[in-house]
Design a protein around this ligand. Structure first.
Ligand code: AMP
Ligand code: ZN
Length: 112
C-alpha cells in the first residue's frame, strides 16, 4: 500500500488547492506556505527524490522546471521567484515524493 501523501493528492484521496494539472504533472499550493505565494510542482508518478532520478527522467524534470516560471508569472511573481528542491533527510526533505517548491511575493526574499 502506498501511504505517500502526494500520491494520495494525485489520486484524489487527499484534497489539494490545485493550480495546474496535465497528464504527467500536478501543482498545488503548499499547505504551510513560507511566502505569500508558495506552490509545489510534483510528477504524478511516485519518484522518491532527485537522487532517484536518472536519464529516463530528463524530459519529466525539464517539464517540471519549465513549469516553474509559468506558474510564477500566473501567480503574480513578475519580479522573480525562488525554487527549491530538498533531497533526502540531509537536504531537509520531509515528503518523499519529488517536488519543486516555487515561492516568492515579498517578505524576507526581497532584496533591496
Ligand atoms: P519538503 O521539506 O521539501 O519535503 O517539503 C514538503 C512540503 O510539503 C512542505 O512545505 C509542506 O508544507 C508541504 N505539504 C505537506 N503536506 C501537504 C499537503 N497535504 N498539501 C500541500 N502541501 C503539503
Ligand atoms: Zn508518492
Amino acid at each position: 500500500m502506498n501511504d505517500c501523501i502526494f500520491c494520495k493528492i494525485v489520486d484524489g484521496a487527499l484534497p489539494s488547492n490545485k493550480v495546474y494539472e496535465d497528464d504527467e504533472l500536478l501543482a498545488f499550493h503548499d499547505i504551510h506556505p513560507i511566502a505569500p505565494v508558495h506552490i509545489l510542482i510534483i510528477p504524478k508518478t511516485h519518484i522518491v527524490s532527485l537522487s532517484e532520478c536518472g536519464n529516463k527522467h530528463q524530459n519529466l524534470l525539464g517539464r517540471m522546471l519549465l513549469l516553474a516560471p509559468e506558474l510564477a508569472r500566473k501567480h503574480g511573481l513578475e519580479t522573480g521567484f525562488r525554487t527549491m528542491i530538498n533531497t533526502g533527510h540531509g537536504g531537509g526533505q520531509e515528503v518523499f515524493h519529488l517536488h519543486i517548491h516555487i515561492f516568492g511575493g515579498g517578505g524576507k526574499l526581497a532584496r533591496t
